[in-house]
Design a binder for this molecule. Structure first.
Ligand code: SF4
Length: 99
């Protein structure tokens, strides 16, 4: 087996996970803002699950479905009050599959 066949790309690995959406109860919320800070804007590139997007208005939006709970946005944006971050309720959120 060639080395390429042994290793999958990150995107292929992410598809192995399962995510249970807690409808109407997002575990991450962005505070209303006119213009995002550098950190919040950076999340549109840093979030490994692609949860953050920049709207045409220039504001940053989040769709927390698929969040890997890596904590990157929590470290960069929670202390400044730009986001509120909680773990999903029990039974909801990411279910990692290994192998
Ligand atoms: Fe993205 Fe990680 Fe923040 Fe979840 S915790 S929204 S995966 S940066």
């Amino acid at each position: 087996m060639g080395i390429e066949a042994q290793f999958q790309k990150v995107e292929e690995k992410l598809y192995q996970n399962r995510y249970l959406v807690d409808a109407g109860q997002p575990h991450i919320k962005i505070a209303p803002h006119e213009k995002p800070s550098k950190n919040l804007l950076a999340m549109t590139h840093l979030c490994p699950a692609g949860c953050y997007t920049e709207a045409e208005s220039g504001q940053v939006e989040i769709a927390a479905d698929g969040c890997l709970e890596c904590g990157t946005c929590r470290v960069l944006c929670e202390e400044t009050g730009e986001i509120t971050w909680n773990y999903p309720r029990g039974g909801y959120g990411i279910l990692f599959k290994f192998g």
